[in-house]
Design a protein. Structure first.
Length: 345
């Protein structure tokens, strides 16, 4: 296969035919990220929820400078988030997703990505030189410790996780392993969104959500309607994973960690499990032959939490070292999310 084959890698972007333009578009991407976040953070998207508004009225409602607001709105027009009729602006379908009150809202995710995580990338050269997270260098604390001390940031993170967990929920709730399960231990289960989906879908199941102490308090509040079918336990899973499940789930957790910490986490899971218990590892898998397909996400994991994307083979090696047999791998329709089913041996 020669290097020009379309199968050799991801298709070339049309903009690469103009290399200088391509570079300018890449480097000025920060402006698009920031104007999008301004539409959320200044309350512009929410102010436009009931229909078109004149720029002066928007400036009053958002407590912003009228002329500067007009210039921001022209930028939002350029990036496809608003439309204009005269001096009145309204949201496009994409702009609607920046409102905080719509299903599938991306407002919290936008605030987190273009705020805290954007700031962390300031330390990206340090991360590439050292292999350590950029976040820790910029914020002088780890991402998880930062969330523990900042309820606003934790709320943004919870909402962003809940918004993006749908594909993982579908893969897990449809998996045959859940039909034979009695108690699912959702390790690193966050605010309980996956747990509540499993409990709604499978009335025979109980779920134990394990996460850091402050996080499971939020999960407990979200799961009260399930009564005794839902339990939570605060634990540092790098020290200990609780016993009591017959099926263990790591949903979007393993790729948060480098190989050393991922091995500790899997060892702790194995120590809590009995032979024959099932482990479901869910998240993105890097595909061999498509190195760039998830490359930016892989690097983002290094920048924020020191994690990494892995191939199926790399995941299988980690599992085998911790005492698991890989049984099968399932992919979501979009192929962005995969489920690796393993058994404790
Ligand atoms: C990327 S989130 C995934 C959350 C959830 N499973 C989902 O898919 O939406 C990773 C989770 O791991 C938890 N976590 C991080 N470090 C942890 C630790 N040392 N012990 C227990 N949980 C931890 C975080 O609080 C967070 O809820």
């Amino acid at each position: 296969m020669n290097s020009a084959s379309p199968l050799a890698g991801p298709p070339e972007s049309p903009s690469v035919s103009d290399p200088a333009h391509h570079i300018r578009e890449l480097v000025t991407g920060y402006r698009r990220a920031k104007v999008t976040a301004l539409a959320v953070d200044l309350g512009i998207a929410d102010a436009l929820k009931d229909g078109p508004l004149h720029v002066d009225e928007l400036a009053v409602r958002c407590q912003t400078h009228p002329s500067a607001t007009g210039r921001l709105l022209e930028s939002l027009l350029e990036v496809g988030l608003v439309t204009r009729t005269g001096d009145n602006y309204s949201l496009t379908p994409a702009g609607e997703l920046l409102r905080c009150d719509v299903p599938g809202s991306l407002s919290r995710w936008t605030t987190m990505s273009a705020g805290m995580q954007y700031a962390a990338w300031e330390g990206s050269a340090h991360a590439i030189r050292t292999g350590l997270p950029a976040f820790d260098a910029v914020f002088e604390t780890s991402f998880w410790q930062h969330l523990a001390s900042r309820p606003d940031a934790a709320a943004d993170f919870d909402a962003a996780m809940a918004d993006s967990v749908t594909e993982s929920c579908e893969l897990i709730t449809q998996d045959p392993a859940l039909r034979g399960a009695t108690v699912v231990a959702d390790i690193g289960g966050g605010n309980g969104k996956l747990a509540s989906t499993m409990l709604d879908t499978h009335p025979h199941l109980s779920v134990l959500v394990v996460d850091l102490p402050g996080v499971v308090e939020r999960a407990a509040r979200a799961l009260t309607r399930f009564g005794e079918r839902a339990r939570v336990e605060g634990a540092d899973f790098l020290t200990r994973v609780p016993t009591g499940g017959d099926t263990y789930v790591l949903c979007r957790v393993l790729s948060d960690w480098d190989d050393t910490h991922a091995a500790i986490l899997l060892d702790n899971c194995r120590a809590a499990m009995r032979e024959g218990d099932a482990l479901l590892v869910v998240g993105g898998l890097r595909r061999p032959g498509q190195p760039a397909a998830r490359g930016l996400l892989d690097l983002h994991l290094l920048m924020i939490i020191g994690g990494r994307e892995r191939t199926e083979a790399e995941t299988a090696d980690l599992l085998a070292s911790a005492g698991f047999r890989l049984d099968r791998v399932e992919h979501s329709l979009s192929e962005r999310t995969s489920l690796v089913a393993a058994t404790a041996v």
